[in-house]
Design a protein around this ligand. Sequence first.
Ligand SMILES: Nc1ncnc2c1ncn2[C@@H]1O[C@H](COP(=O)(O)OP(=O)(O)OP(=O)(O)O)[C@@H](O)[C@H]1O
Ligand SMILES: [Mg+2]
Length: 181
Amino acid sequence: MIIALTGTPGTGKTTICHILGKKYRIIDINRMITDEGLHTGRDEMRGSLVADIEALQGRLDELVKGETVTIIIEGHLSHYLEGSNAVIVLRTRPGVLAHRLEERAYFKEKVRENMEAEALDVILVETTLKHDMVYEVETTTSSPEDAAILVDSIIEHLAAGNFEQVERYLPGRFDWSEEVF
Ligand SMILES: Nc1ncnc2c1ncn2[C@@H]1O[C@H](COP(=O)(O)OP(=O)(O)OP(=O)(O)O)[C@@H](O)[C@H]1O
Ligand SMILES: [Mg+2]
């Protein structure tokens, strides 16, 4: 089974995968972009690389081919890729997300952009447009360990076909649209 773990930067994807790496095979999309040069160049305004989604898809297909273990594909672009059985979107209240991004010394504009994206459900909307099985996990007040346990339990239920056990994580629980503007 392949699970995509996505969410606005700072919601905790890498932290949670670090914990779950003992149990699952993790594919880090951001690392693939930088280490394998799967980009089309640099966006100077944003100071980031522009991912080559087609190249990423091709490389991902190679990496997961014939694999029988459960794999987590991690990164804020993982929902752009095909092949996952389900997508888990991490969610963090915008004010808390801003603190996390400020700690990383992100520019004010970048903090604001990500807060707004989180408040407006941008990644969730993108994900639900592309995928059928989508679940949301909040990481605002939980510890990384508890969030990892929750993500793990969702994956276990999905693998066992216990879909009713994960219904409470279906999209639509968060409305943070009033929090930023
Ligand atoms: N419940 C939680 N789950 C995950 N991370 C948490 C949680 N609570 C606090 N954090 C903190 O939030 C930060 C998340 O950073 P992390 O690099 O994991 O985010 P990310 O989603 O991978 O971002 P990016 O898309 O930029 O790679 C870490 O400093 C982590 O300790
Ligand atoms: Mg990360």
